[in-house]
Design a protein around this ligand. Structure first.
Ligand code: DOR
Length: 444
């Protein structure tokens, strides 16, 4: 751990403080000590007596103080992923807390919120405590567990939400297994409201998706694969928005993928319903066409949709209907993805491509860089009530340094995640995290 780190001459983008300017960041004992932007520096040089950050830095030596030259680079608050599957306990052949958090840090994330679909399911405080203890011992970044809504994610009986919150959970979800019983979902929203935490909904009406494996439409018909209609997602978004209105509980919609969902959420927000939403890079970067050659790496739930849906998701991000970008990092073992399309599991390994794919929105003029950073830091932190996603003095020094112009080829075999399952292998992307600082360590 470096006692002091000075990041010099970068361009700082921190929407939590409205900063978008060249400057320096000083870190001391693992916390942000001071931020000095160009404007402040030049004001001081005209006579103010504040101590100069750079001049105060001792020489770079060993593990002691260090100076980082960030010229030409962006300096951001560490990214926060509100939707990650770390797989441990139970599925360590897919991912572990160690490998998943290493992948997170490589991808510029300093905090990840992990979904409860492990074995055993994170539906009680013992599992929550196990995850936190394991991460304390082995994790490269911060982990915030998400507890199950129902016991065993079976959709029959509410889990001990209060106990899990006390143990460290930050929200609730039966991710991957939608709560089909509307009364139970109502009770979950009511109960979570008492603690002012959101219920995250994986919106899928299982009766409508009916065992489908990709988006329902011309491509599924051509390939002879069972389709999941957009309506399977939208029917549940509509139901959950209605229940959020009824209960006045806090609803967070996971991985929005369709035009109709964006429309429903936009209307709900206009009407003042307490709903927030996230989407994932694959829903604005590729369409169902990625499945055409039966590529199981493009098999994900909800499925990749059409060009019109991609445009609507981008518009939802642009106009604020969609608050956050999450990865839905869903690593699987190579052998599982080698199965026939019908039988392979759903999921994309997303932590190590999320920022680069999302920077595409900035290059294409959909979002400003500050707007993008907001969706990957402040917004997820706000929705889950985390003291993260900021470079405010006193905050833990979670920092991501980004080269927005460096091009690179995606090489899944080099991922730190055990899950190499991505449809973006071989893509050339522009912009990448080049350094992540977390828990006092500098990862390059
Ligand atoms: O593609 C997905 N994979 N969607 C989900 O909702 C669950 C996830 C998983 O756990 O693999």
């Amino acid at each position: 751990m470096h006692s002091r780190i000075l990041i010099q001459n970068g361009h700082i983008v921190d929407p939590s403080q409205g900063i978008d300017a060249a400057g320096d960041v000083l870190i001391e004992e693992g916390k942000i000590k001071e931020i000095r932007t160009e404007g402040q520096k030049s004001k001081r040089s005209k006579g103010q007596k504040t101590q100069d950050v750079a001049a105060a830095m001792p020489e770079r030596s060993g593990a002691g103080p260090c100076t980082i030259d960030a010229s030409g680079l962006y300096v951001l608050p560490g990214l926060v992923d509100m939707h990650t599957h770390l797989r441990e306990p139970g599925f360590e052949s897919k991912e572990t807390i160690r490998s998943g958090t290493q992948a997170a840090v490589r991808g510029g994330f300093t905090s990840v919120c992990c979904m409860p679909n492990t074995v055993p399911v994170n539906d009680n405080e013992t599992v929550t405590e196990f995850i936190l203890r394991k991460n304390y011992a082995e994790g490269a970044c911060y982990v915030f567990p998400i507890g199950a809504v129902t016991k065993g994610q079976r959709g029959e009986e509410l889990a001990e939400m209060g106990m899990m919150l006390a143990a460290g959970c930050v929200a609730f979800s039966d991710d991957g297994r939608p709560v089909m019983n509307s009364l139970l979902m109502r009770r979950a929203l009511e109960y979570a409201k008492v603690f002012n935490v959101p219920v995250i909904s994986h919106c899928e009406d299982l009766t409508l998706s009916d065992g489908g494996v990709m988006n329902e439409g011309a491509v599924s018909a051509l390939l002879g694969l069972g389709g999941i209609p957009a309506a399977a997602e939208e029917a549940m978004v509509a139901r959950d928005v209605i229940l959020a209105e009824l209960t006045r509980g806090r609803l967070h919609i996971a991985h929005v993928s369709t035009e109709g969902s964006v429309r429903l959420i936009r209307r709900a927000k206009e009407r003042g319903i307490a709903v927030t939403a996230e989407t994932c890079p694959h829903y604005f970067s590729v369409t169902e066409d990625a499945v055409r050659d039966y590529d199981t790496n493009a098999k994900v739930n909800p499925p990749l949709r059409t060009g019109k849906d991609v445009e609507a998701v981008k518009e939802g991000l642009r106009d604020g209907t969609i608050d956050a970008i999450a990865t839905d990092h869903a690593p699987h073992h190579k052998d599982e993805k080698l199965r026939e399309f019908d039988k392979a599991p759903f999921g994309i390994s997303g932590l190590e491509t999320a920022l680069s794919l999302s920077l595409g929105l900035v290059h294409d003029g959909v979002l400003t860089l500050s707007g993008l950073v907001e969706k990957m830091t402040v917004s997820p932190a706000r929705i889950f009530g985390l003291a993260k996603g900021t470079l405010k003095p006193g905050a833990e020094a979670d920092v991501t340094v980004v080269d927005a112009h460096r091009e690179f080829r995606v090489e899944p075999e080099k991922f730190l995640s055990q899950g190499k399952n991505t449809p973006f292998g071989g893509w050339v992307l522009k912009g990448m995290p080049v350094m992540t600082i977390c828990k006092g360590k500098v990862h390059e």
